[in-house]
Design a protein around this ligand. Structure first.
Ligand code: F3S
Length: 755
């Protein structure tokens, strides 16, 4: 047993009492989200209610999960915290560093050879500090968490934005930066603004070509990439109950794409079945014991408008399959409209590659439904028209689908099976010919489709769909193909139609696995040595950031005014840079290289005000740092959307950027900046963005009286000798102001444990 049953028993023992206390305090029936949140207050029983969207709350999460790319920095920070052991059950998952190229065996071995230094570091730190370690090849963090650790009513944080996947098993699971993980592993409270609530009522039932993925693709179209910001999305209704647990996981997974804090579902029989199928009968029995507390109160679902900030209703019986993209996951196109949209937008309709799997869609159900289509290739005399790849989510799924003959079926039609890892989903895909940067179309069942995300080619148009639709499109090789209405021509020249996909929610013969790839930590890790070679290019022990100098910041040079979308991929690119995630100085060489410079519309090309010359962003920033000149980064809306990587905050901090001033922030990135001692500011008047000029020097005044809810003043000194003053808002509370003053949140933790 890899999960901590005693911890779950404790959570469930106090759950009913805490819910009751919260109901009394709040004075009305509660949603499921509120029950879980109030049951995890750091203080214990609720003594007052919290205002949604306003109050900061201290929580006590039950678990922490980390993937290898973010775990390096999280654990390097934890090593600075001064503790002997993690305070809550925690795990590390090696999934992000495996390049998909040839096949699972070759690719895995290559990754082990290339990244052994990082894997050894993570294994030894895990062993020393009581952290469960999942080796490379064991699977993708969110699938492994769903199979082993997620439990209804639990609360988890994870250093990956798709941690939210565990909502499929009724958790409140939230993606955070490594600094937050470090806090919780150190035994400190975890702070979050009390989220708003979006209720999504699912009526009807999925059938035919429509899959759970289409629910979230539809929701993304409605809410857009920002619509869930600051909110938890709670799904309910007969349509939710009728759906598999892993299908719920898919929906919650992509809640990250609408910016939601997390998403969740009430406990039901599908969850009980999944818990039992994955060897957790005891957890199912415990959850059954408090079932009514693991759902919202009946009054809530009878009159949802009264209890949620926003309610959306989707009739699953009428829902069409969707394809979202290209370049953004909220551009939702129902399948029946694709032909028209593709023609209108000039999207290339020849599909080069179809990719299924990833943490979003590699359940047994997903694969069995896709295989029902793959079987029709041979049975109906068809030939696969696109390249086709499968990335299983875990060794348990891979082993089981191999045992049940599914992998064979895929391989017989010419598909490639990649390692149980992120691979193409995170740009770890050595796609042949991508360097030619040709305009082309791919379809995948992953979650994100930002430019360059999968193969580094800015001209690859990636469309997101359900695995069954991706399989059908790969068979047809045509983006315009609608399997509901269209026929294909087979090898004999006959017209054939694909039958709708069918599959099993869970393996009829149960899951099997030979070696799941798990290393339990040492009981007493005090003797375990953690070695970091000082000459390593991949790992670097951290030095604390310097505290604030106690004065206003004068004469900051504008490093870049970023135009339009600036995600964490633009700020700290993934793909080839993933290998430097444990080495702050080396990875800082990718700082903002994907951001578009407002003044020349180019990426990685900004003016050095000291020389007047244009050059790459990281080199320019290093020049400012060498000259002892602080800088400021200016950005547009939803700056830092995307992943939870704190590198996007640590890199500018390390290289001497002092403030980031934007129209609006994505939540995780804003918190990450604060944790690292940066100033995260927003324009009080968004049109002031237009006042920032390329040669500006900027003063930030008001820091000596830095207080919550009190705007700061920025003086823009233009090159022509004029100046103007603008106001910048911030969302720092008192604690977060201390982080800024001390130089970083971690500096405060270290001091506490040093006492
Ligand atoms: Fe990995 Fe992609 Fe999921 S990067 S964790 S498979 S979102």
């Amino acid at each position: 047993m890899v999960f901590d049953l005693e911890m779950i028993k404790k959570v469930y023992a106090q759950f009913p009492g805490r819910v009751e206390a919260a109901r009394k305090i709040v004075g009305r029936p509660l949603t499921l989200t509120e029950k879980i949140l109030y049951a995890h207050l750091w203080q214990g029983d609720a003594t007052h209610s919290f205002e949604r969207g306003k109050s900061y709350v201290d929580f006590a999460p039950d678990r922490v999960a980390m993937q290898d790319a973010t775990a390096q920095m999280a654990l390097l920070q934890f090593m600075q915290a001064g503790r002997n052991k993690v305070a809550v059950p925690s795990t590390v998952h090696c999934d992000h560093l495996i390049v998909a190229k040839d096949n699972s065996v070759t690719d895995l071995q290559r990754a082990v050879n290339e990244s052994s230094e990082v894997y050894d570091f993570l294994a030894s730190v895990s062993n020393k500090y009581g952290i469960g370690f999942w080796k490379p090849g064991a699977g993708i963090i969110h699938q492994v968490v769903l199979e082993n650790y997620a439990f209804p009513g639990g609360m988890m944080i994870g250093t990956d934005s798709h941690t939210v996947n565990a909502g499929g098993l009724g958790m409140i699971a939230i993606g955070v930066g490594g600094a937050d993980a470090c806090d919780v592993m150190s035994g400190l409270a975890w702070e979050l603004k009390m989220p708003k609530l979006i209720g999504i009522k699912l009526t009807g039932k999925l059938s035919g070509w429509t899959a759970p993925k289409d629910v979230i693709l539809k929701v993304a179209g409605i809410l857009t990439v920002k619509g869930g910001t600051g909110a938890v999305v709670e799904y309910f209704g007969e349509g939710a109950v009728a759906m598999s647990c892993t299908g719920k996981g898919t929906i919650c997974n992509m809640g990250a794409e609408i910016g939601a804090t997390t998403s969740t579902f009430g406990y039901d029989d599908s969850m009980s079945r999944y818990l039992k199928a994955t060897g957790r009968d005891e957890v199912a029995a415990l959850a059954d014991g408090i079932r009514q507390h693991l759902n919202g109160d009946p009054e809530v679902y009878a009159d949802p408008e009264k209890y949620f900030d926003q309610v959306i209703e989707i009739n699953l019986s009428e829902l069409e399959p969707h394809l979202n993209g290209p370049f953004t996951p909220d551009l939702a196109t129902p399948l029946s409209k694709m032909k028209e949209e593709a023609a209108k937008n000039g999207w290339p309709t020849k599909i080069e590659v179809g990719l299924i799997g990833s943490c979003t869609n590699s359940s047994y159900e997903d694969i069995s439904r896709s295989v029902s289509l793959a079987k029709q290739v041979a049975n109906k005399g068809l030939t696969l028209k696109s390249e086709f790849t499968i990335t299983p989510g875990s060794e348990q799924v891979r082993y089981t689908i191999e045992r049940d003959g599914f992998l064979n079926v895929f391989q017989e039609i010419g598909a490639t099976v990649f390692a149980n890892a992120c691979g193409p989903c995170i740009g770890m895909w050595e796609r042949v010919g991508a360097e030619k940067q040709e305009r082309n179309t791919i379809v995948h069942s992953f979650n994100r489709n930002f430019a360059k995300r999968a193969d580094g080619n800015p001209n690859t148009l990636a469309f997101v769909g359900s695995p069954e639709l991706v399989t059908a499109l790969a068979i047809a090789g045509d983006l315009n193909f609608n399997p509901i209405t269209d026929t294909l021509i087979n090898n004999k020249g006959e017209k054939v139609k694909l039958d709708p996909p069918t599959g099993d929610e869970l393996p009829p013969k149960g899951f099997s696995v030979d070696d799941p790839g798990y290393q339990a930590p040492a009981e007493d890790g005090s003797g375990v040595k953690v070695i970091v070679d000082p000459t390593s290019k991949r790992l670097q022990l951290l030095d604390p950031f310097a505290p604030w100098e106690g004065t206003d910041l004068k004469g900051l040079k504008l490093l870049i005014k970023a135009k339009g979308k600036c995600t964490t991929d633009h700020i700290s690119m993934a793909g080839p840079w993933l290998k430097f995630r444990g080495h702050l100085d080396n990875i800082s060489n990718n700082l903002l290289i994907g951001a578009v410079n407002f003044y020349n519309e180019k990426t990685d090309n900004v003016k050095n005000q000291l020389t007047g010359e244009y050059g790459p962003v990281p080199a320019t920033q290093r020049a400012y740092k060498a000259a002892g000149v602080g800088t400021i980064v200016v950005g547009d809306e939803n700056y830092g959307e995307g992943s939870s990587r704190e590198h996007a905050a640590m890199e500018p901090r390390h290289l001497g950027v002092r403030a980031v001033l934007v129209k609006s922030f994505a939540r995780i990135h804003e918190t990450n900046l604060k944790k690292q001692g940066m100033l995260a500011l927003t324009f009080a008047d968004k049109s002031d963005y237009d006042k920032i000029r390329e040669d500006d020097s900027i003063d930030i005044d008001g820091l000596t009286t830095f207080l919550p809810n009190k705007p700061l003043e920025l003086v823009l000194h233009h090159k022509d000798g004029t100046s103007e003053t603008i106001l910048a808002n911030h969302s720092y509370n008192e604690q977060q102001i201390e982080w800024f003053k001390e130089g970083a949140a971690l500096n405060i933790i270290r001091r506490q444990f040093a006492k």
